[in-house]
Design a protein around this ligand. Structure first.
Ligand code: SAH
Length: 436
């Protein structure tokens, strides 16, 4: 015998009778209610989950008694039975059959005229994609395959782009610090659903390279000291493309809401009435120090951290070396920042680490103190993008101890070659990560 005919039922507003009040019924009833069905449960007792949804959902009703015969099924489009008593389940199924109503028998799937496949839904801005799996009547096998298929669907392997005109949308997606594997699952799903990708300079190039040719990539990358596409123009592009019915992923380095103007882009979309979703990303503020072995907090070394830009005045920041400062966009103003921090009361010996191009094959780490970091950075030619970390946690960086001065860190006498050594070690460390 072949398997059941897999069919999509529109249950909205339609009556479903569920006989039995246990956990199996509860799970199915929750699904049926989510689809908009009007469900009546026939059972002398209800399990806690059903009792709870009875008080929350107006579309659920309860007849508190045993199944009394075919009359209980009046008006039902679908019947579900899970009483725990095979005899009752058989009676319900037979009564449903006699009145030409499909019936799911949870205890003995083959005994019912309908079966519930293993299901999964992947939300995309242009509509949910659903899969249903039936696997030779083996529900566990079906559930396993369903899970694998759902992973496949969300993993960016399956093209989820809409094939006919639909309402446009924008997703502000954090791409993480530069390593493709640090993209979130939601980011890969949305990239597979996007018609247009509006990308920053700092997004992983491998991610863009992977996009099919039909996807338009708009590069609005900002170079330091040089803003090729002004923010207002980016906002305008997002809104305009979405209004043309395009699915737009605005792919941003790190996290969209950390010094990334994501809030402004969201507001622009909302003002224009364009649906917008924001997908967090792994921010460079935390992950780039981590790539060099630096935790932004560490028991005994730092209880908190502050993220600032190198363009700011840095007023009122904690001056203790046990409070970590993470400076983004801080390369150009490094000397200025260091001397201001010292002027504000940070000790000159406060450790500083600069991590350039974190999580890429070109990662390089330069270590020093507030007193000498600017000179060291100039010596090795530090360039943007880089994260500058200031505080005692920098002593946990890979290679800190090997720099000659032990706990005191690299003294002003340590030469640039020492820094280069550390860089290489850190890069190897990263490569090991990438392979693992
Ligand atoms: N929204 C981003 C930050 C944007 S500001 C985030 O959450 O990460 C841009 C700054 O981020 C750069 O100037 C640099 O300081 C830092 N940055 C981003 N990616 C980096 C990387 N891979 N390595 C080093 N610094 C990085």
């Amino acid at each position: 015998m072949s398997g059941p005919f897999l069919l999509g039922l529109s249950l909205s507003g339609r009556r479903v009778v569920a006989v039995g009040g246990g956990p199996v019924t509860a799970r199915r009833v929750a699904d049926l209610l989510a689809e908009g069905a009007a469900v009546e449960v026939v059972s002398p007792e209800l399990c806690p989950a059903l009792t709870a949804s009875l008080s929350e959902r107006t579309t659920l009703s309860w007849t508190p008694r045993r199944y009394a015969g075919a009359r209980d099924l009046d008006g039902a489009f679908l019947v579900h039975t899970a009483t725990g008593d095979p005899e009752t389940d058989r009676r319900v199924a037979a009564d449903a059959e006699a009145r030409h109503t499909f019936c799911v028998s949870a205890g003995d799937a083959a005994a019912g005229s309908a079966q519930v496949p293993a299901r999964a839904a992947v939300p995309t801005p242009a509509g949910e994609v659903r899969v249903a799996v039936h696997a030779g009547g083996d529900p566990r096998r079906a559930a396993g395959i369903r899970t694998d298929l759902a992973d496949h669907l969300t993993g960016g392997v399956v093209d989820l782009r809409a094939r006919r005109p639909h309402g446009g949308w924008v997703a502000l997606v954090g791409a993480g610090p530069g390593e493709e594997q640090l993209l979130t699952r939601r980011a890969t799903t949305l990239l597979a659903a996007a018609d247009v990708v509006v990308a920053d300079r700092l997004v992983p190039q491998a991610v863009l390279a992977r996009l099919p040719e039909t996807v338009r990539v708009v590069d609005v990358g900002k170079q330091p000291q040089h803003h090729p596409v002004p923010q207002e123009e980016i906002n305008r592009i997002l809104v305009e493309e979405a209004r043309r019915g395009q699915g737009v992923v605005r792919l941003k380095g790190g996290d969209p809401y950390v010094l990334g103007r994501g809030g402004e882009e969201r507001a622009a979309c909302e003002e224009a009435g364009v649906p917008v979703e924001v997908v967090p990303g792994i921010t460079s503020a935390v992950s780039v120090p981590a790539a060099a072995g630096i935790p932004v907090t560490h028991r005994g070394l730092a209880r908190g951290f502050t993220v600032v830009t190198g363009h700011e005045e840095l007023p009122g920041l904690p001056t203790g070396t046990d409070h970590t400062l993470v400076v983004l966009m801080g390369v150009a103003g490094l000397r200025e920042t260091a001397s201001r921090l010292v002027a504000a009361g940070r000790p000159e010996a406060c450790p500083v680490g600069i991590v350039e191009r974190g999580w890429t094959a070109e990662q390089r780490v330069t270590l020093g103190t507030l007193a000498d970091i600017a000179g060291r950075a100039e010596q090795v030619g530090v360039t943007s993008p880089a994260v500058v970390v200031v505080g005692d946690v920098v002593t946990l960086a890979h290679g800190w101890a090997e720099q000659g001065e032990g706990a005191g860190g690299p003294g002003p006498s340590a030469d640039a070659a020492a820094s280069d050594d550390v860089s290489e070690r850190s890069t190897r460390h990263l490569a090991a990560h990438a392979v693992a």
